[in-house]
Write a protein that binds this ligand. Structure first.
Ligand SMILES: *Cc1c(COP(=O)(O)O)cnc(C)c1O
Length: 418
């Protein structure tokens, strides 16, 4: 200490250092660092879930005008109430009620900073000492990361590729015990692109009822469907088991940067209210921040005025992308796609490592693919499925075609010689 140097002894929370390594962002950053700067071809981003920068996925001017009007009105320069402003909650209740056998009240709706904060709130609310939650595998790793932060025990049930990525309900039954508080489903699915049938959702509700647990249904991709199953909200079965629906405008309106989502209690029997969970949700929101008030103020116009052709144009592109991806992958021996996506924006494909030379696992595949072909694909380990890949299909079709061509060339170059 002679030179006066102070030794600082503070440290950060070590649990958070490792949390970021497990997120999609963490993996994508790692891959981006591995790109070859001397490759002058454009990078093909098949890893992330944000198509908003592509011209075909540009937000509708109806939504942009709604924001401008809300901002200019000077009515939304204030703090919003904890639960969100009433017109915003009312319009979300109306929007979601269109697909339900009962009507939601604005009091069932809480506005959140994207679907992300809705997940954070729910996992915080449920994290009583000893409690556990059942999560899908593969899934959306934010749930695992968030559960770790709140010390909520996670148990995984598998999704079954041979059954259109349906929930393995026998596994759910084997995992659930008296400390299980909830199970999570993501429908339409990320990362699998599945869309659950009315019948399967009904079975999920019956299973939840049997164990007295609630269903958290992440419907951030609601209505982004382009196959044989229409989108059915889990809330349809809210009288069988209580359902918490999570959603946002991020994906369907292609504005993830606007950070506005919702948490909705589908509770026609009043089970959640009686359990005290509703009070906990309010309490949790009381000690956190809110979506910007002018974004909340724009929600009614965005939900009520967006034209059907904005949605159908995007859905037609993703449908075409799903066909293209599925067909091209058939031509590549070292990867197989067991299920053509019918919703959301992703396809899960399996790596057949035994056909490849010098590639040990999915991460190595993705690192080399980034370096040699400037294509970013998410390794399956990021979503809980080692030696699979998640391919984002919501990008311009020409880029997708380019990317799949490069993946094919990469696989040919690394194929095991006879
Ligand atoms: C993108 C995504 C989210 C987060 O949505 P935001 O509204 O942008 O916070 C949540 N869940 C799943 C499954 C997602 O894919």
């Amino acid at each position: 200490m002679e030179n006066g140097a102070k030794i600082w002894s503070f440290k950060g929370n070590e649990e958070l250092q490792s949390a970021s390594e497990k997120t999609v962002r963490g993996f994508l950053n790692l891959l981006m660092e591995n790109l070859n700067k001397d490759d002058h071809r454009p990078t093909v981003p098949l890893g992330h879930g944000d198509p908003s920068a592509f011209p075909s996925f540009r937000a509708t001017d109806i939504a942009e005008d709604a924001i401008v009007d809300a901002l200019r009105s000077a009515k939304y320069n204030c703090y919003a109430p904890t639960v969100g402003i009433l017109p915003g909650r009312r319009s979300i209740a109306d929007y979601l009620s269109r697909d339900l056998p009962y009507t939601l009240s604005p009091d069932d709706v809480y506005l959140t900073i994207g679907c992300t904060q809705a997940i954070e709130v729910m996992l915080t609310v449920l994290a009583r000492p000893g409690a556990n939650i059942l999560l899908p595998r593969p899934g959306f790793p934010y749930y695992e990361a968030r559960a770790a932060c709140t010390h909520l025990e996670v148990r995984h049930f598998d999704l079954l590729p041979e059954n259109g990525w349906e929930v393995d309900l026998q596994a759910v039954e084997a995992l659930a015990d008296h400390n299980t508080v909830a199970m999570v489903i993501i429908n339409p699915g990320n990362p699998c692109g599945n869309v659950y049938s009315h019948q399967h959702l009904n079975k999920i509700a019956e299973t939840a009822r049997k164990f007295g647990i609630l269903v958290i249904s992440d419907e951030v991709y609601n209505h982004i469907t382009f196959g044989s199953n229409p989108f059915v909200p889990m809330g349809t079965f809210g009288s069988i088991a209580p359902v918490i629906t999570l959603g946002s405008i991020s994906k369907r309106w292609s504005v993830p940067g606007w950070r506005c989502g919702w948490l909705v209690t589908n509770d026609p029997n009043g089970t959640l209210r009686k359990s005290g969970i509703v009070e906990c949700i309010k309490g949790c929101l009381d000690v956190s921040s809110d979506p910007p008030t002018f974004i909340q103020g724009a929600i009614p116009q965005i939900l009520e005025n967006t034209k059907e052709d904005f949605f159908s144009k995007i859905i037609n592109i993703i449908r075409e992308a799903a066909d293209l991806c599925y067909d091209r992958i058939k031509e590549i021996p070292c990867i197989t796609c067991p299920y053509k996506p019918e919703g959301s924006m992703y396809a899960m494909v399996k790596l057949n490592l035994c056909l490849l030379e010098g590639i040990g696992d999915d991460l190595e595949f993705c690192l080399k693919l980034a370096k040699e072909e400037s294509v970013i694909v998410l390794p399956g380990m990021a979503v809980g499925m080692k030696n699979w890949l998640r391919i984002t299909i919501a990008i311009e079709l020409s880029s997708l075609e380019d990317g799949l061509g490069r993946i094919k060339a990469f696989c040919q170059r690394h194929a095991k010689k006879e």
